[in-house]
Design a protein around this ligand. Structure first.
Ligand code: GLY
Length: 381
């Protein structure tokens, strides 16, 4: 209790304005779900087609170019997500990802290749910025499906991946700000003129001061960013990948849903594929990817299949329905015909932005609103 009070105190000085505005937004949240009211729309099919979480939007052209040049569906999906893994400004994936509670960036990823019915995954891998490509190497160059931790890093280096420091300066400062929010030992002492001013101390240049709002947000609301991408070729081949730095400030070794085949990613070349972003623990509990693919096998549209999985997530909170507002989770699915859908637990992010996903239908990349189970804002953990 004492610890929680101190944390609250720190956050009220660290992030007062952000917290206040977020509460204001949350006050408008409706508890009533919109499922019954909202039409669940599966978008009509087009091939080739690529679908991803919203953070893939800027790179869908790269994946589509692979497909249009007759390339492989997994290479198309990887062409999208590796750009996000390489981006130091995306702090939910790859290089620049927010670290675990010890300040170490640990990454998870999986791939599934529909045509050859193979898959690969890595979890808690450090120092390698493209875990999706390491997952592909596990699939192609070993007879294993998943390699974790130090074994995964060594495997990657043996296969020619170059190790590097994945912690950017912005992510390092965000981590120190989070540490300071959890313990007075990580803040200047009460005899210091800078008592309570830890973040201001860390943001010691004009360039770093521009990071303040973002850092306050990720300290207050730990993220489970992630990118999922699924690609369908002109002839109906399907593959996918999911990659993430996982839950920020996690306990070292925590693994989310992204590398779990059947949860964060599931592809059946005869049916289609599905993936997820958001709070991985909730997805693992319902084997979301597998649930969605099996629903599509029974004839459900991609959107209906995603909604079925989302209702299973919600059902796990039957005893505490108010707690659903504490997290976010999204599902994405596509079938062999190029029909697709994206479903979220909540309508909006904690900052009020609508939850979206990205699609490229061969003509242009677009951001679309997800169909949501509940109106209002989620993720107020
Ligand atoms: N969905 C990503 C994670 O929970 O790690």
């Amino acid at each position: 209790m004492e610890k929680w009070t101190r944390r609250k105190f720190f956050l009220s000085t660290l992030a007062g304005s952000v917290v206040a505005s977020s509460r204001g937004l949350f006050a408008g949240t409706s508890k009533a779900g919109s499922t019954e009211a909202a039409a669940i729309q599966t978008k009509s099919g087009a091939r080739p087609l690529i679908i991803s979480s919203a953070n893939g939007y800027a790179h869908l052209d790269d994946g589509m170019n692979v497909l249009k040049n007759g390339g492989d569906t997994l290479d198309a999906a990887l062409a999208v997500v590796t750009k996000v893994e390489d981006d130091p400004n995306d702090d939910s994936v790859g290089y620049g990802g927010l670290p675990n509670e010890d300040g170490v960036v640990e990454l998870d990823a999986s791939v599934m290749h529909g045509p050859s019915r193979r898959c690969g995954a890595v979890a808690s891998i450090t120092k390698i910025k493209n875990p999706s490509l390491v997952a592909k190497a596990v699939m192609e160059k070993t007879n294993h499906v998943m390699i974790v931790g130090e074994g995964a890093r060594k495997f990657a280096e043996d296969e020619g991946f170059t190790p590097m420091n994945l912690l950017t300066e912005r992510s390092r400062i965000a981590w120190l700000a989070w540490k300071a929010s959890t313990s007075p030992n990580w803040r200047p002492g009460i005899d210091s003129p800078e008592w309570k001013e830890k973040l201001a101390m860390l943001l010691d240049t004009p360039e770093k001061q521009a990071w303040r709002e973002h850092i306050e947000q990720v300290v207050k609301y730990p993220i489970t960013g992630t990118i999922n991408c699924l690609a369908v070729s002109a002839n109906g081949d399907v593959s996918g990948t999911t990659t993430t730095s996982g839950l920020s400030w996690k306990i070292a070794g925590r693994v989310g849903d992204s590398p779990i085949i059947g949860a964060g990613l599931c592809v059946d070349g005869e049916i289609g594929g599905a993936g997820s972003t958001g709070r991985g623990e909730e997805n693992i509990k319902i084997s979301g990817g597998h649930t969605i693919v099996e629903a599509m096998r029974r004839g459900a549209s991609p959107s209906d299949a995603c909604m079925e999985a989302m209702k299973r997530v919600a059902r796990n909170y039957k005893a505490f329905p108010d707690r659903l507002k504490l997290f976010h989770i999204q599902f994405y699915a596509v079938n062999r015909n190029g029909e697709y859908g994206g479903v979220s637990l909540w309508e909006k992010h904690i900052d009020g932005r609508p939850v979206q996903y990205a699609v490229h239908d061969g003509t242009q990349a677009r951001l679309l609103p997800t169909t949501y189970l509940n109106a209002g804002i989620g993720g107020d953990y």
